[in-house]
Design a protein around this ligand. Sequence first.
Ligand code: FPP
Ligand code: MG
Length: 424
Amino acid sequence: MIRSKLAEDARRLSRGLHTISTSGLSVLAGVLSNSDNTLTGTSEHHRRCFGETSTDLKVSWVSTQYRSFASLSELKADHVDPFLLVRQEIDSVSNRLRRCIMTDIPMLEKAAEYFFQEGKEGKRLRSTVSLLMATALAPHGPLPGQLKVDDSPASMHPTELRRRQQRIAEISELIHVASLLHDDVIDNSDSRRGLKALNSIFGNKVAILAGDFLLARASVSLAALHNSEVIALMSQILEHLVSGEILQMNSSEDDMLSMEHYMKKTFYKTASLIANSCKSVAVLAGCSHDEAMAAWRYGKHLGLAFQLVDDVLDFTSSQEELGKPVGNDVRSGLATAPVLFAAEEYPELIPMIRRRFRTLGDIDAAIPLILRSNGIQKATSLAEFHASEAAKALQDLPPSLGTEADDSRSALEIMTRKVTSRKK
Ligand code: FPP
Ligand code: MG
């Protein structure tokens, strides 16, 4: 068991860290802050960040001057693995998930269970964060009986709070996998999680329908929580995922050059799921609006940091580590944060970004420029900024109710660093 002293150390250190922020980064925080779960970048914000037109690419407000989160080696809780802390409970959620997607239609069951096979469940980041947040807000973690698989039917209301919060963990994974099934059809992908993509085995139609099926099962589980605020929060994730995907595929040339547009897309596609799952856990726990919004902010910033790192790894990881070629995003026509920052230094990237790297030779010309620029470092710094904002949000959670809550808060804080230091 982690000593709660570590939690105190972590909080003390993070308080020190969070005093360090540049004005430019505060502007970014302004662009992405909100009070009602919708992310709007106002034109005023836009002008402050980008000048009159987004093509100016005035993104120099991102500074690399603040202290790197990764340099907090003095944070003694380094050895704590947040995933390990909830491993047993996550395994039982995963087992329940496998039962919850059973159906008497063999092909549908085979397709639906594909990414829930043992060992193929992925990082389970979303469910892990949800359960850590649940304990962070509680007097204690799950009781021994609550670590056993919940075998009550999805439509039955769970009377215990922890069981209801486990449903959020379950629903977040169902939504995530459903979105990946759809995404692989859109991207015409042939692999995922070291397996063949489902669409490449069963075809696009079955892959889409399997995703819909997972969402249907998630909806029943969600309805059984009997909490309209939570139903609205978790449903909003679906709207955001779809909006993010459309924003990405249908951007204008100016949008393609806009960091604000990229961050908005990133919130919708990645951060909203974590943010709204964290908030749902807090709402179920009976937290006040402000406290639930702190949980939401944690999830939002963690999600943004996670995706920024993903976009950096697209350039810095090897094909073997990632399972896709270096610069895969650029090859797909996308301009992520490292590319947008690189275009500040190398304006010759701007026309290539505008035409989504479609002209012969664009990709071969762009990738070396991006690698030579400070784009990767700036995007990493931005990820670290969001990781530190996530850690900061933990301070606005309600007062801790005990050692296990402290330990989970430590683990959530450590998670912010794990996300930024990961290599794949
Ligand atoms: C991965 O993107 C995909 C997502 C994070 C979400 C995709 C969302 C949809 C397809 C909308 C439909 C949503 C639902 C819930 C059915 P990526 O292609 O950038 O990353 P990858 O390399 O993992 O494929
Ligand atoms: Mg994809």
